[in-house]
Design a protein. Structure first.
Length: 327
C-alpha cells in the first residue's frame, strides 16, 4: 500500500482535530436544564456515582470515575457485563449511575439498567440519541447531539468519545465547584507525585517534637553539635532560640565545616558567636513548593519554620523534600 504524502497526512490529522473540536464546542448550546438536573442529582447523592459503559465509552467512563473520585465525589467504574454476573451488588439505592453510550442502544446497558431501576438508584445517561431505549430508562439525559465520527470510515468512536469526555469533565468540575472543594482537599486525595507536592503544606513534612533540635542562646558549640547528633533523623542544623522560643539564629553543618577550615573552632565558645543570624524562615501554612524555591534560591539545605509570633516551630531539611518525592 502506498504511503500518504506527508502534507496529506498532516492535513488529515488537522481535519480530525478540527472535527473533534467542533463537536466539543457544539456541546455548549446543548447545556440545558438536564445538565442542571444531573448536577443536582450528583450533589444530592448519598452513595456513590457509579459510571458504566461498553467499549470505548467504558474507557472514557473509567477516566471520568477517577476524576469524580479525586475531586470529592466517591465513585467507581462498573463494567456492564461484570455487573450482570454478580457486580450488580455494588449498586445501592442511594447511588447515581452515570451511563455512557453514543447510540443509546448498547445491549449490555439495556440489560443492566432495568435492574438498576429495580434497586432504586438514579440513572443519568450521556448519549447522542435522546430518544433511544437507554435514554427512556433514565432519570436524566445529557444529549451529545448527532456526532460525525472523525474516522474516515465513519465507524471508530472518535469525536463521540471526545464529546463524552468533555461533557463528563464539565459535569465533574461544576460539581467540584459547588461542593466548595479546596486546594487542601485536592492535596488530601493526591499525596504522591507532582500534584501532591505542589499542594502540600510545610507543616505536613517539617520536623517537630523530638526531631526538632532547639537550643537556647549561650549554649556551647560542642553541646549544639551533640544535640544535632543525638536528634532523631540527624538534622544538619540546630535552631538557636531566645527565651520563650523566639528564633534567634541557626547553626548548620556548613557553619561547623567553615570553622574547622579556618582553624577557629572552640567547642566551649557560645554558639551565639558563630551562628547564622537572621536565618531564612517560612511559615508552617506555606506550600512546600515555596519552601523548595527558597532552598534553591539561597543555596541552603535547611530552613527554619516559624509561626506568626516568630516562635521556632519546625525545621525543614532538603532531605524532607526528597522523601516526599520518594513517597
Amino acid at each position: 500500500m502506498a504511503r500518504a504524502d506527508k502534507g496529506d497526512r498532516r492535513a488529515r490529522a488537522a481535519e480530525v482535530i478540527r472535527l473533534e473540536a467542533r463537536t466539543i464546542e457544539g456541546l455548549i448550546e446543548r447545556l440545558d436544564g438536564s445538565f442542571d438536573e444531573a448536577v443536582e442529582r450528583i450533589l444530592g447523592c448519598r452513595g456513590m456515582v457509579i459510571v458504566t459503559g461498553m467499549g470505548k465509552a467504558g474507557l472514557v467512563g473509567a477516566k471520568l470515575s477517577a476524576t469524580f473520585a479525586s475531586t470529592g465525589t466517591p465513585s467507581i467504574f462498573l463494567h456492564p457485563s461484570e455487573a450482570m454476573h454478580g457486580d450488580l451488588g455494588r449498586i445501592r439505592p442511594d447511588d447515581v449511575v452515570l451511563a455512557l453510550t453514543n447510540s443509546g442502544e448498547s445491549d449490555e446497558l439495556k440489560q443492566l439498567l432495568p435492574h438498576v431501576r429495580r434497586i432504586g438508584a438514579a440513572v443519568v445517561t450521556v448519549t447522542g440519541e435522546p430518544g433511544s431505549s437507554i435514554a427512556k430508562l433514565s432519570d436524566s439525559v445529557l444529549d451529545l447531539g448527532r456526532v460525525d465520527e472523525a474516522c474516515p470510515l465513519g465507524l471508530a468512536p472518535t469525536a463521540s468519545t471526545s464529546a463524552m469526555m468533555a461533557l463528563g469533565d464539565a459535569l465533574a468540575m461544576v460539581v467540584l465547584a459547588e461542593r466548595g472543594f479546596s486546594r487542601e482537599d485536592f492535596a488530601r486525595y493526591h499525596p504522591a507525585g507532582k500534584l501532591g507536592q505542589k499542594l502540600m503544606k510545610v507543616r505536613e513534612i517539617m520536623r517537630t517534637g523530638n526531631e526538632l533540635p532547639l537550643v537556647p542562646l549561650g549554649t556551647s558549640v560542642g553541646q549544639v553539635i551533640l544535640t544535632m547528633s543525638r536528634t532523631p533523623g540527624r538534622p544538619g542544623a540546630a535552631l538557636i532560640v531566645e527565651r520563650g522560643g523566639v528564633l534567634a539564629g541557626i547553626f548548620t553543618d556548613g557553619d561547623l565545616r567553615r570553622l574547622l577550615e579556618r582553624g577557629s573552632v572552640r567547642l566551649e565558645q557560645p554558639v551565639d558567636e558563630c551562628m547564622g543570624r537572621h536565618p531564612k524562615s517560612i511559615g508552617p501554612e506555606a506550600l512546600v513548593a515555596e519552601a523548595e524555591h527558597l532552598l534553591r534560591a539561597h543555596r541552603i539545605d535547611q530552613i527554619a519554620v516559624v509561626d506568626e509570633a516568630g516562635l521556632a516551630v519546625g525545621l525543614l531539611d532538603v532531605q524532607d523534600l526528597l522523601d516526599t518525592r520518594i513517597g
